[in-house]
Design a protein around this ligand. Sequence first.
Ligand code: URP
Ligand code: ZN
Ligand code: ZN
Ligand code: ZN
Length: 500
Amino acid sequence: MTTRNRLLVKGGKVVNADRSFDADVYIEDGIISQVGKNLTVPGGTRTIDASGKIVMPGGIDTHTHMQLPYMGTCAIDDFYTGTKAALAGGTTMIIDFALPFKGESLIDGFNKWKNWADPKVCCDYALHVAVSWWSQKVSDEMEELVTKHGVNSFKLYMAYKDLLMVGDLEMYETCKRSQEIGAIVLCHAENGEIIDQESKKLVKLGITGPEGHAMSRPEEVEAAATAHICMIANQLNCPLYIVHVMSKSSAKVIIEARNRGNVVYGEPIAAGLGTDGTNYWHKCWRHAAGHVMGPPLRPDPTTPEYLMRLLAGGQLECTGTDNCTFSTHQKALGKDDFTQIPNGINGVEDRMSVIWEKGVAKGILDENRFVAVTSTNAAKIFNMYPQKGVIAPGSDADIVVWDPNATRTISAKTHHQAVDFNIFEGMVCHGVTVCTISRGKVVYEDGKFTVSAGDGKYVPRKPFCKYVYNRILKRQETHDPKKVEREPYTGPVHKIQGST
Ligand code: URP
Ligand code: ZN
Ligand code: ZN
Ligand code: ZN
C-alpha cells in the first residue's frame, strides 16, 4: 500500500447524528478504519490537522438536476462544475434525477443520465428515475432498475403539463409497483392543469414578470397536491417522499399525514430555508427571474424559519437543493413572459453553510441534528447507511472538516458554480469547509481542488430499505383488507326492469 491511500484526521471533534466526541479518524483505501484517541497509525501517513474543527460526514444532497435539458435550454452547471462546487461546500454526494419523457424507456433514460455523469462527476452520486407515463414496459423496467441498476426511488411530477406530469392512474400504478419491488416514491406536488390556466390568465392581464410565476401557483396548490399524493401512496401502503417542501401549508399536510401513520418524508431545500418569495417582486428583473423555480419560494417571509423548526423537531427529515441552474441569458428566454423563464435555482454549493447559518448559528438546530438533516437521514431513507452518512469504522471516508466559527460571504463572484447568479448573494454564513475528503482522498483543501472529472462513483442502492420498509411491512400485516365471513343472503332480490 502506498502512503497515498492512508490519511489521519487528527485532533477534531467528530460530529455524528447521534453524538459528538473528540477523536481522530484513520482512513485506509477510502474506508474509515479507526475512530478514537491516540490511534497507532503506520509511519508516513498523511495527517490533516483538525484541531478546533468539527469532523462530520460529508453532506448528501438528495435533489439535484445537473445539465438538465429543460425549457429550450440546458442547466448550466453540469456534472463536473456542479459536483466540484458541491465538494467546496462540504457535500460529498448528490442524488440527481434521470427524467425519461413520456413514451421513453426508463432504462434508456437511466443510461443516458449515467453516461452524462460518469465521466464528469467529482463526488459520488446516485440517480432517482422519473415515471412520466405508464405501460407494462414501464412496470417491468422499474423492476429491472431496482434489481440490476441500483435504483430504489421513483419520481412523480404533478406539474409540467405535457412533459412530465402524470395523472391519478399513473400515480396509482407507480405507487403500487414501487411497493411491490421495495422502492420509495418521490413526488413534485403541484397541479400542472391549474398552473397552466392561471398562468394564461395572468399573462392576459399583462402580468408577464416573475411575480406572475409566484401568483400562478400559490401555496394552496402545493398543499392540495401534497394531500392528494399522500392519499394515493397511503392507499397502496407505499412509502412517500415529498421533494422540495416549499410552504407552511404543504409541511402541515405532511405533519398531519405522519400523525395519521402514513410513511411520508418531507424534503425542504436550501433555497426555501435560506430565502423567500418576496424576491419575485424585486424591481430588478434579473434578480426576480433568478429566483424562479417550481414550486416557487413563498412570499410569507416567516416560511424559512418555520421549515427549519420542523427539521429541528423531526417532522421533516432531510434537505436537498433542487440545484438546477440557469444563467441570466438563459432566464432571459422569459424576459417578456414569465412562463418561459427556465425554472431552477442554485444551492448545491451553499446548502451546508446556509443550513448551518440559519439553523445552528441561530440556535434552532444543534450540530448533531445538522448532520442528521444534511447527511445521515438521506443515507437512511435511500438505503446507503452506514456506507454513507456516518463517521464510523467500515464507512466510506466521505468527510468534511468544518470550521464552525469562520465566516464567508456567499457571492456569484466567488462561488465555484458555472451559473452567474446566486440566490444567497451577500449572505454571511458561519460554517466554512476547511477540507473535504471523498472516499479517503482529499479533494478540496483551503480553497484549492485536488480532484478530476470522473473521480466520483455511482452508488447503487438496494430495495426494501429497513429504515423505510420495516414499518411498511408491519403495516401490511395489520392493514391488509380482510373479508368478513358470513352466511350467504338467501332472501328475495329485487328484479331490475328489462332484465331476464
Ligand atoms: O424549478 C425547478 N424545480 N426545476 C427543476 C425541475 C423540478 O421541478 O424538479
Ligand atoms: Zn420539482
Ligand atoms: Zn438585481
Ligand atoms: Zn427538482
